[in-house]
Design a protein around this ligand. Structure first.
Ligand SMILES: CC(C)(COP(=O)(O)OP(=O)(O)OC[C@H]1O[C@@H](n2cnc3c(N)ncnc32)[C@H](O)[C@@H]1OP(=O)(O)O)[C@@H](O)C(=O)NCCC(=O)NCCS
Length: 192
């Protein structure tokens, strides 16, 4: 298998236009300017932080693919450190040349440099090639990520039930009894 020379480096502001095009399918559905602004923000934030990196792969000086890396934890509750490799993506005309592998090698290096023992990534369930690629690299399926609009979720939830008032506690009941008794005594003392 002939290896195409691939170099991987940190993203720079001048990569924003190509990265927007590369990730257009997974960015928020907005106008071009909004997507460009989002990617510019992602690149700038990653550049300023040690736990983040946007790694871009180049072939013959041309941006061929990219991956977003974050040193984080397995989940918000499982605090085992893990590197999240988000959206490893290669332009179609650069696929099957080792660019995706170079991006995942960058993810591996990013984890090793921080002594992190796990790398997580995700691929759309229907993306057969991407899932086979991940499986070959030893990524095992862990969970199915599901999403719903808040309105759809609200519409499917059982109707809100009326909130029942809690019965007063024994000490609260005793306090009420004492107040009523004091009022009764005051009334009895009033002449007339
Ligand atoms: C998944 C993806 C990142 C892989 O990128 P890639 O650059 O094609 O990856 P590689 O070239 O390193 O490897 C891909 C396959 O080509 C093979 N390959 C690599 N170099 C090759 C060469 N010179 N000749 C022939 N085959 C080659 C690899 O062995 C690998 O085979 P496998 O999938 O059976 O394991 C890419 O297909 C992609 O961007 N897909 C769409 C986005 C996507 O779904 N991303 C996943 C998460 S969002």
């Amino acid at each position: 298998m002939n290896r195409t020379p691939v170099t991987v480096r940190k993203a720079e502001p001048s990569d924003v236009t190509s990265l927007r095009e590369l990730w257009s399918g997974i960015l928020r559905k907005g106008g071009l300017d909004e997507q460009l602004a989002d990617v510019a923000q992602v690149v700038a934030t990653a550049d300023a932080r040690d736990d983040l990196c946007v790694a871009v792969a180049e072939v013959d000086g041309e941006l061929a693919g990219a991956v977003y890396l974050e040193a984080t934890t397995f989940t918000p509750l499982n605090l085992e450190p893990a590197v999240l490799a988000v959206s490893p993506h290669v332009f179609p005309h650069f696929r099957r040349k080792g660019v995706g592998s170079a991006l995942m090698e960058a993810a591996c290096r990013f984890a090793e440099q921080r002594g992190i023992a796990h790398v997580q990534t995700a691929a759309a369930a229907e993306a057969r090639d991407a899932n086979r690629f991940m499986a070959r690299l030893s990524f095992a399926p862990q969970a199915m990520l599901r999403a719903a609009s808040t309105t759809a979720l609200r519409a499917r939830l059982p109707q809100a039930r009326p909130v029942r008032q809690a019965a007063p506690s024994a000490s609260h009941r005793q306090r009420i009894d004492r107040v009523l008794a004091a009022r009764r005594i005051r009334r009895e003392r009033v002449p007339g």
